[in-house]
Design a protein around this ligand. Sequence first.
Ligand code: DQA
Length: 142
Amino acid sequence: MRVLVLNGPNLGRLGRRQPEIYGTTTSAELAELCVGWGRDVGLEVEVRQTNHEGELLDWLNAAADDATPVVLNAAAWTHYSWAIYDACAQLTAPLVEVHLSDPRQRPEEFRHTSVVTPYAVEVIAGLGVDGYRRALEVLARG
Ligand code: DQA
């Protein structure tokens, strides 16, 4: 089964971006880890990252058309993008929401809501990069 791991804005700077919050694993390392974790559980994983909301929308729309399961870390868009909410609503295969940190435990109010959660079969937050492994396991279990 093919699975898309989609990462939103600023996640391309993982490893350098606020490592005390997001850890020291780089975006390229995370992508490699996801491919390996996927292989371990029989999934063909493709990892993408974008700082452009329209690009993420196009990927989600294509995933809806192909019934591709998605692991989504929409980063800051999680908290306010109604366009991403509408795109998630159209998905036809399971969606798992992932965050490296736990936005609900963070001090900024704006992080306490998610437009993705209503359409996610599971939300995995606060486990760092290991959250992606867990998300792939959820999808592999079906
Ligand atoms: C994040 C949490 C978001 O609040 C933040 O805007 C991010 C990353 C996470 O993975 O912890 O960019 O999604």
